[in-house]
Design a protein around this ligand. Structure first.
Ligand code: NAP
Length: 457
């Protein structure tokens, strides 16, 4: 090996270690920022190492690519937090496009001389990469509301999808057995591009985070396959890490919603739900001053944020209220449900942005035992994740979904704008319980007004 190759392999080894450490860091909010920095440093090491690749003789195209990539990447990094899911979908599309273009280029350059094993890996790379490109673009368009967010379905859809899938796989097999016939290769790639679109259009916008995490996993596996084709170790390691962590995340998200992956992919979920929950009693509206008094004289207050906190951008307002309560000697905690909001870690990211101390963030399993000794549970724009029907009504559509049991607190205050339902479309019996008071209004305005009201008590 030449010096340049030693250097290349050394940077790839360092990059791989940094990716593993980065992923480890992301497992806890305390170390997540460090994890991101380590992973970014790993990517920088891999890119710098590759620049010393002995086969690179002309840096002009690389410089142009760098400029184009930066011109797209920098503005993409500036989008507001609420647009993060669609931004992530676009990143997946770009990553997968790179992998499938490398695969197509490798086949065009080397043709059948690649040999059976490399061609197998290349075929997987192009198939997974191509369907991830179009699937992620549709996911981004649905989340950005550039196209209808509700599932797009038609008669015989699953047969069409199955037919296309089988055509794609058959072309792949025929191409492997007739390596010189490029037609099979291009039919396979074309089917994969169309399959990505057809796979994602029947899925509702609210299920997109699960789909994206699955597509992320495909993009990772596609990169790993690229690594096999190019003999590039860092791509194999990073792709495998990405592939499996994406897959595990999809499973965890499904578990937290009590759904199966097949139900997300083929269930047409996200369609407006017609089933109603049997509720009795009436919602009891409470006044700002009433809530302020409850909070001011509490020993422990638990905030339970949900999607409404994200749409209202109320994270700074809740932090300010938390500060005021703490100054009065009240214990303040935040109960975080794993699928609160619309993407994994949604609440953690928003609260971290508002500098809420990590020590105050409690996961669902940690906060539930504290509920009976909590004086006031303040639900901020959350609905499904605090719906007691999931626990009490076996016939509910969300039966079995674990919840934050705010109804066990001595008092519950729900901050929401009106009688709007949550993502599941179900009525929430919590709002009708005697223990619950409804404080209507935009979460940010309500929290700001509550802070002022508590200061006057
Ligand atoms: P949710 O059930 O969607 O409820 C959000 C509530 O926020 C609504 O009832 C709405 O009521 C209220 N709201 C909206 N804007 C508001 C504002 N500006 N101020 C105050 N309130 C506002 O939210 P969640 O409890 O967080 O549950 C998340 C749901 O998303 C779960 O069903 C979960 O399975 C699903 N999901 C999550 C993920 C993930 O990764 N996190 C992924 C896919 C699906 P009003 O209209 O009356 O205000």
């Amino acid at each position: 090996m030449s010096h340049a190759q030693y250097f290349l392999e050394a940077t790839y080894l360092i990059a791989s270690c940094l990716f593993v450490l980065g992923l480890k860091g992301l497992s806890h909010p305390d170390s997540a920022r460090r994890g991101m920095i380590l992973a970014a440093a790993g990517m920088a090491a891999a890119v710098i190492g590759t620049l010393f690749h002995p086969d690179i003789h002309n840096y002009i195209y690389i410089a142009i690519g760098l400029m184009v990539g930066s011109a797209i990447g920098i503005p993409m990094a500036m989008v507001p937090m609420t647009a993060m899911p669609q931004r992530t979908a676009l990143s997946h599309a770009f990553g997968a496009m790179a992998a499938s273009m490398v695969g197509i280029a490798e086949y065009v350059i080397h043709g059948s001389s690649l040999g059976g094993i490399k061609m197998g890996a290349l075929g997987l790379e192009v198939m997974l990469g191509s369907l991830t490109v179009t699937g992620s673009l549709i996911a981004a368009a649905k989340l950005q509301e550039l196209m209808r967010g509700t599932p797009i379905t038609y008669r015989g859809q699953q047969f069409v999808n199955l037919g296309l899938f089988l055509t794609m796989i058959t072309s792949f097999v025929l191409w492997l057995t007739h390596p010189a016939d490029a037609h099979y290769f291009y039919v396979m790639a074309g089917c994969a591009f169309i399959f990505g679109v057809l796979l994602v259009i029947p899925i509702g916008a609210a299920d997109m985070p699960v789909v994206m995490s699955l597509l992320n996993s495909y993009a990772g596996l596609s990169s790993a396959a690229t690594g096999f084709v190019l003999g590039n170790n860092v791509l194999i390691i990073a792709g495998t890490l990405d592939g499996f962590s994406g897959f595990i995340l999809s499973i965890l998200m499904c578990k937290a919603m009590n759904r199966s992956i097949t139900n997300v992919l083929f269930g047409g979920f996200g369609t407006p739900v017609t089933a109603e929950t049997a509720v009795s009693g009436a919602m009891r509206e409470v006044s700002m001053d009433d809530v302020a008094v409850q909070l001011a004289y509490a020993n422990q207050v638990v905030f339970v944020p949900g999607y409404g906190m994200a749409t209202a951008q109320a994270q700074h307002a809740v932090r300010e209220l938390g500060n005021v309560l703490e100054e009065r000697g009240i214990s303040v905690k935040y109960g975080i449900h794993p699928v609160a909001g619309r993407m994994p870690g949604h609440m953690n990211v928003l609260l971290a942005e508002a500098n809420v101390p990590y020590s105050q963030l409690y996961e669902m399993d940690q906060i539930n035992p504290e509920m009976p000794s909590t004086d006031v549970a303040v639900v901020i724009g959350a609905n499904d994740v605090v719906n007691p029907d999931a626990r009490d009504n076996p016939k509910s559509l969300i039966a079995g979904m674990p919840i934050i049991e705010v109804d066990k607190a001595k008092s519950v205050v729900v901050l929401k704008r009106g009688k709007g339902k949550g993502f599941s479309g179900l009525e929430n019996p919590l709002f009708f319980k005697p223990v619950t008071g409804m404080l209507y209004g935009d979460a940010k305005s309500s929290l700001t007004a509550l802070t002022q009201a508590v200061q006057k008590v």
